[in-house]
Design a protein around this ligand. Structure first.
Ligand code: R7I
Ligand code: MG
Ligand code: MG
Ligand code: MG
Length: 304
């Protein structure tokens, strides 16, 4: 089996939380940004992260406690972890409040969008599944689409999650950018996402690195939906995979829109590729706990 190291598992989760925390001040309009200036730091001065990291930790804790994906357990952890101040997506917030009140998760999951959400909420936590199933590719694919069911059963919500999990998996296993894109293309069915993947392939073949954030956003998007954010995050991670984290982050901020989530997804991929030593060491909420969870996700993959 390929050699993996716990450093890269921790870095994937820390990269996710770092992108989230560093991107959060730029999300939303004037009011949201003013609010985040007021509540975006803990009393100790650490940068707080948002729903993206909270739900990723809920998912990791559930997988580690149950040893497999257990949707009832995961739904109750998502509900317990819900807090208004983390800026959850509107649909997700409604679903989690229903579960908190005791409604069955399967009923709650269809209460907002009848087909399930096509937001990026399932994709933003998909890196955790790539880590938990780092040595079982087909289990990873299956668990990623299953894990979307509580909040994001829409085909686009699911497919965005699968592409993000695959990209994390590819970078954790140190695949080349060309091989990573081939892998993603072979698991992409939706024509809208496939069209954007074609764009990434062209970018990778041309070796062109100078495209501006404005141009990339025009091609790939910067929204809250899976369709308009997942490929943007994958592009950013592949383009900056050998560059400093701060450069990747600056580009993500310049892209605007759903910055915390695009930077969380790109940050997770970047961390999986680069390991902990290259991550910026700023004061981050629960940094050592997040590192510890990454180590546990590594340990579960170690052949006894
Ligand atoms: O996807 P989700 O959990 O979170 C998305 C964002 C991230 O940026 C987080 O950082 C947080 O800030 O929220 O939230 P959802 O509410 O499931 O989806 C996000 C948005 O996508 C919704 O609020 C809708 O505007 C839109 N959306 C839909 N609109 C119409 N019909 C998602 N699905 C639908 C739909 O089926
Ligand atoms: Mg968020
Ligand atoms: Mg938001
Ligand atoms: Mg967001």
């Amino acid at each position: 089996a390929m050699k993996l190291s716990s450093d890269y598992f921790s870095a994937c989760l820390l990269g996710l939380a770092s992108g989230d925390a560093l991107g959060a001040p730029y999300e939303g309009g004037f009011l949201e940004q003013a609010l985040w200036r007021a509540i975006g730091r803990t009393r100790a001065g650490e940068r707080r992260w948002t729903d993206d990291t909270r739900m990723s930790l809920d998912l990791a804790e559930s997988l580690l406690a149950r040893g497999e994906l257990d949707l009832a357990d995961l739904a109750s952890r998502f509900a317990k972890g819900y807090a208004w101040s983390r800026g959850y997506g509107q649909g997700t917030a409604k679903i989690l409040k229903r579960i908190k009140r005791g409604q069955d998760w399967q009923l709650a999951s269809r209460s907002v969008f009848s087909q399930g959400s096509y937001g990026n909420g399932a994709a933003m936590r998909a890196p955790v599944i790539a880590l938990f199933y780092a040595r079982d590719f087909s289990a990873m694919l299956h668990a990623t689409s299953e894990s979307a069911r509580i909040t994001h059963s829409h085909p686009l919500g699911i497919e965005g999650a699968v592409l993000v999990a695959l990209a994390c998996y590819a970078l954790l296993h140190q695949l080349s950018t060309a091989d990573a894109l081939t892998l993603l293309t072979s698991h992409c069915a939706d024509p809208r996402l496939a069209g954007k993947l074609d764009f990434l392939q062209c970018f990778s073949n041309s070796g062109k690195l100078a495209d501006t954030p404005r141009f990339i956003v025009g091609k790939l998007g910067n929204g809250m939906t899976a369709e308009t954010s997942c490929l943007t995050a994958i592009y950013i991670a592949l383009r900056f995979r050998h560059s400093p984290f701060e450069e990747m982050m600056a580009f993500a901020i310049d892209c605007g829109g759903d910055v915390d989530t695009i930077a969380a997804m790109a940050g997770a991929m970047w961390g999986a590729a680069n390991g902990e030593k290259r991550l910026p060491p700023f004061l981050l909420e629960k940094r050592s706990y997040i590192r510890h969870i990454g180590q546990l996700l590594f340990d579960i993959n170690e052949p006894a």
